[in-house]
Design a protein. Structure first.
Length: 181
């Protein structure tokens, strides 16, 4: 068993391993309701394409983590904190909850909360960014509850299912984070 990286009340995060990339993970990525709000890249997915994505995220400035339900010790999704500007100390968060039984149960709020605290307190980040399609209301509400502020709206950012998709970009800066300092 991998050692937990961060532990919260309901979930813990551990390093995502190649063994985690299995048929269950593939089933998440092949389920249109699970991937509805993901940017349309690398589709259709295969075990090999998921392993390649995992390999690309094994950089020292990227935390690619499995989300584990503490009660059942079940891998329910993944989260990534990617330090994209190490000089200015900015990072991007991204998440996929593949197990639908955990939708609507504050998973994003809890997991992002752990990583935000880690990013600002331990990594001394200056800011963390996130993005969401304009129609993903649950994510937008969660970002605002976590203290993120709207940074920009990217109109017609990409095409999905023949339609233009707008994306909202949010930022949380260290000086606005209540648990810092």
């Amino acid at each position: 068993m991998e050692v937990p990286f961060l532990v919260g009340e309901r979930y813990y995060l551990r390093k995502l391993t190649e063994e985690d990339i299995n048929d269950r993970y593939l089933s998440w990525m092949q389920d249109p309701t699970v991937t509805e709000f993901l940017a349309p890249i690398h589709q259709p997915h295969t075990i090999e394409s998921l392993k390649e994505y995992w390999r690309l995220n094994q950089r020292s400035n990227t935390y690619f983590l499995a989300i584990i339900d503490r009660e059942t010790d079940t891998h329910i999704g993944n989260v990534r904190l990617d330090i994209y500007d190490s000089e200015k100390r900015f990072a991007e968060l991204g998440m996929l909850v593949g197990e639908k039984a955990f939708w609507g149960k504050s998973c994003m709020y809890d997991v992002y909360g752990m990583l935000i605290e880690y990013g600002f307190v331990q990594l001394k980040l200056k800011g963390i960014t996130v993005g969401a399609e304009s129609s993903h209301i649950a994510s937008i509400i969660t970002f605002k509850k976590l203290g993120f502020k709207l940074q920009t709206k990217l109109e017609n950012h990409y095409q999905k299912n023949g339609k233009s998709v707008d994306v909202f970009r949010f930022i949380l800066e260290a000086n606005d984070y209540s648990k810092c300092g």
